[in-house]
Design a protein around this ligand. Structure first.
Ligand code: ZN
Length: 341
């Protein structure tokens, strides 16, 4: 990030009021999408923070300026939508700096801890998982030795509480219904305010990009099934103002939820038509998404392919053999055909 890019650097004046008593703070990211949005809802004398942004020296300095300036009322509560570093990353530091209560689902804490691959056995098992599904060993070593533990894991050494789906959270003038949603992660919090038609979405309902769905050795065991169910549930809500973690606040939440359902239905059709008998998931990923140039993109293509292949397997359209090779359901391997009698 620098001054010539579209997003300004994080600073106290990055705070924008996006609804009465709700502020959006935009912070820069180094990788992938160049920013993340976190939200502040006035909560008595202080603020409830929805998501924390990444942990970095710049982010901590920004928060010091905010907490001694426009947010001097402090943070009363922090809701962490899910375990990815641009949402959970700064939770421990903010908790210790402000004393705010942190709400984090235990499943999300567990996913964060698993992502750290804290033992050699965990690292070996994860490397074997990617190898089984056709990833080259060099990529699997980079992902398990570097990418996951260094860039995607977060510090969870702090006390937190949880919230249940359907619980009501009164925050100042707003009365939020807590939603716990699967798919992008195993149990992501979204907060819906039915009177105002507001939805704080985390990564669950983004306008300009499709949230990644990954079948990993941990986390959501049925990501696509749960994500489609979540979109159906969200599409039934009164939605007038969507506050996502990336890009701008927008109005068309119901249409976007239906659009994402159609996106995945089209993707499933591509997986059906491009699957050749005996392909590994990585072969399918290349057939559907093309050859990706960097290891992060290859990792995302593989894990997203696994999520779609698993869904098709559950629909009985395709099957997976003991060697993790996929085939259309109607295909019979030559070796298994009955000899002529
Ligand atoms: Zn995420």
């Amino acid at each position: 990030m620098n001054a010539t890019t579209a997003q300004p650097p994080a600073a106290p004046d990055d705070l924008v009021e996006v609804a009465p008593d709700i502020l959006r703070l935009r912070q820069p990211l180094d990788e992938g999408i160049d920013h993340v949005n976190v939200y502040l809802v006035r909560d008595g004398a202080g603020w409830l923070l929805f998501d924390t942004g990444v942990d970095s020296a710049d982010a901590r300095a920004c928060w010091e300026r905010l907490l001694t300036g426009p947010l001097s009322g402090g943070l009363s509560r922090i809701v962490v939508s899910h375990h990815h570093p641009d949402h959970l990353g700064l939770a421990r530091w903010l908790h210790e700096r402000t004393g705010a209560v942190v709400y984090l689902r235990p499943e999300e804490r567990d996913s964060a801890d698993q992502t750290a691959l804290g033992t050699s056995q965990a690292m070996d098992a994860c490397r074997a998982y990617f190898g089984l599904h056709g990833m080259e060993d060099g990529d699997a070593i980079t992902i398990t030795g570097d990418l996951l533990p260094r860039f995607m894991a977060c510090d969870t050494q702090f006390r937190s509480r949880t919230l249940e789906h359907g619980e009501v959270l009164q925050v100042g003038r707003y009365r939020f219904d807590v939603l716990v949603q699967g798919g992008h992660s195993v149990a992501q919090f979204c907060l819906h305010e039915p009177t105002a038609g507001l939805l704080l979405t985390g990564d669950q309902l983004l306008e300009r990009i499709t949230p990644n769905l990954s079948l990993l050795p941990w986390g959501d065991r049925h990501p696509l099934r749960h994500y489609l169910a979540s979109l159906e549930q969200i599409a039934a809500l009164d939605l007038r103002c969507i506050m996502p973690a990336h890009h701008g606040v927008y109005a068309g939440g119901v249409a976007r939820a239906h659009g994402l359902i159609r996106h995945h239905q089209r993707a499933l059709e591509r997986f059906r038509t491009r699957l050749q008998p005996g392909m590994k998931a990585m072969d399918v990923a290349i057939a559907v998404y093309g050859r990706r140039r960097n290891v992060l993109d290859r990792f995302l293509a593989l894990t997203e392919s696994l999520a779609h292949l698993q869904y098709l397997e559950e629909q009985s359209d395709i099957r997976q053999d003991a060697d993790a090779r996929w085939s259309p359901r109607h295909h019979s391997p030559t070796a298994a055909t009955t000899p002529n009698t």
